[in-house]
Design a protein around this ligand. Structure first.
Ligand SMILES: CC(C)(COP(=O)(O)OP(=O)(O)OC[C@H]1O[C@@H](n2cnc3c(N)ncnc32)[C@H](O)[C@@H]1OP(=O)(O)O)[C@@H](O)C(=O)NCCC(=O)NCCS
Length: 161
C-alpha cells in the first residue's frame, strides 16, 4: 500500500509543558497535546517493532511517559506509527530514548521527523549535549547529525530488575 508521510500528524507530550508560564500553559497544552496517547497502542508498537520493549506492560509504560520531559507521537489517522521520548536536565545533558517507527512506515522519513521534533523541543534544545544509545540505529543517527563519541564508553549497571 502506498504510504505518504505528508499524511502523518505528530504531537508533543510530556512534562516540558510545565516549563511554560501558567498563563500560557493551559491554552498551549490543548494545541501541543492535541492527541491522547493510549497505552495499549504504545504497548503494541513496542511489542511488534522493538527488541528491547517487547515485554513492556501498561503500568511501566505509563510511568516512563510520566518520567519523560518530551514525548513525540506520530499518527496515521488514529493509528500510532512512531514514538520517541527524551529526558533532560534542561541545560547540560539530554538523552533520547525508545525511538521506534512501525515497520510498515520505516524508510519514509517518519524517524527523522520525530527525532528532529525531539531535538527542537525546549528541554532538549537547551542542553549542551544530546545522547542517544542504540543497537541497530547507528546509521540512522549518523544521518541525523549525531556522531560516535570515541572518547566515551557506554557503562551499564544492572540493578536486578
Ligand atoms: C531506526 C528507525 C527509528 C529509523 O526510522 P525511519 O523512519 O525508518 O528512518 P527515516 O526514514 O526517517 O530515515 C532517515 C535517514 O536515516 C537513514 N536510515 C534509517 N535507518 C537506518 C539504518 N538502520 N542504517 C542506516 N541508515 C538508516 C535513512 O536512509 C534516511 O537517510 P536519508 O535521509 O539520507 O535518506 C526505525 O527503523 C525503527 O524504528 N527501527 C526499529 C527500532 C530501532 O531499532 N530503533 C533504533 C533507535 S533506538
Amino acid at each position: 500500500m502506498n504510504k505518504d508521510p505528508s499524511t502523518l500528524r505528530s504531537f508533543s507530550h510530556g512534562r516540558w509543558l510545565f516549563w511554560l508560564p501558567a498563563l500560557l500553559r493551559t491554552p498551549l497544552q490543548g494545541v501541543l497535546e492535541g492527541h491522547p496517547l493510549p497505552v495499549g497502542q504504545l504497548q503494541a508498537l513496542f511489542r511488534d517493532n522493538s527488541f528491547w520493549g517487547r515485554e513492556r506492560r501498561p503500568a511501566g509504560l505509563l510511568r516512563s511517559l510520566r518520567g519523560s520531559d518530551v514525548i513525540v507521537s506520530t499518527w496515521d489517522g488514529e493509528d500510532l506509527v512512531a514514538v520517541g521520548r527524551a529526558t533532560s536536565d534542561g541545560i547540560y545533558r539530554a538523552v533520547l530514548w525508545d525511538v521506534v517507527v512501525r515497520q510498515d512506515w520505516q524508510g519514509r522519513g517518519a524517524g527523522r521527523a520525530m527525532v528532529s521534533r525531539l531535538l527542537a523541543a525546549p528541554p532538549v534544545r537547551c542542553a549542551e549535549r544530546v545522547y542517544a544509545m542504540t543497537t541497530h540505529g547507528v546509521g540512522f543517527y549518523r544521518r541525523l547529525g549525531f556522531h560516535e563519541e570515541e572518547k566515551q564508553h557506554l557503562m551499564l549497571f544492572r540493578t536486578g530488575f
